[in-house]
Design a protein around this ligand. Sequence first.
Ligand SMILES: [Zn+2]
Length: 252
Amino acid sequence: MSQKKYVDLKKGRSAFLETLKQCTFRLNPATSTRLLRNLSNQLKKFSANVRKVKIAANAKRDEDLANEMLGCQCFLDALSFEADMWIYLKEGEPEKAWGALVDAEENMALSKRAYDDEEAFSIFQRNYLEMEKLLFPKLKFQSAAFYHDPGKCTICDKKMADCDHIPGKIYFGQVCLEYGFKTMGAEHVALVDEPHDRKCIMVKYRAPGEDWVNIFTGETEPFDPAKEKDDQEHPMVSGIIMTFDFPPGTKL
Ligand SMILES: [Zn+2]
């Protein structure tokens, strides 16, 4: 390791730990929306810089450093998603807040897998699954059985069947994922407690002949028979069955 690289990483490390200390004080709903927004932007910028170091480490085939930077990047991303969640909740947008909390959760879990940073986790800890129970109603998730043609590998870009990479495993700071399907469809959708994708939620429901009820707020929303197909006999649900985001860490 060159002297310059060592010094830069040491500086970066102390800035990272300082940022975590700042979050223990400011990352909560009592903080003004303006300052939470500033904090979220600051965390996103920091994460973008860490990503550059990760990409350089990946190019140099330095797996330890690349994984450490992935862990650090995901930690910062989790915190910026948490800041976004508080902002959405304060602005009365619980559905968006839920999406941000799921993103925070997924990034924090990957951070722990990529680089279990004892010092960082001793400064700042969050249990997002516990936070979920405190901040949101118990949600019903939707899980669809999908079919698709074979995709490509995010690590080597070959057909998944033609390479040795294992989906979900971390290689040089990047998570392997099968992607780029040409055809894809859902066979059936079920309401479940433990879904594959926690963003696939039931958002509102409706008893025959009644208005919609929003799961998050409990408020009713008018049913418009001119725009929506009515079902006089069965309860109706409306929600998300599929999201197209790349999971954290799968793009270098
Ligand atoms: Zn591969």
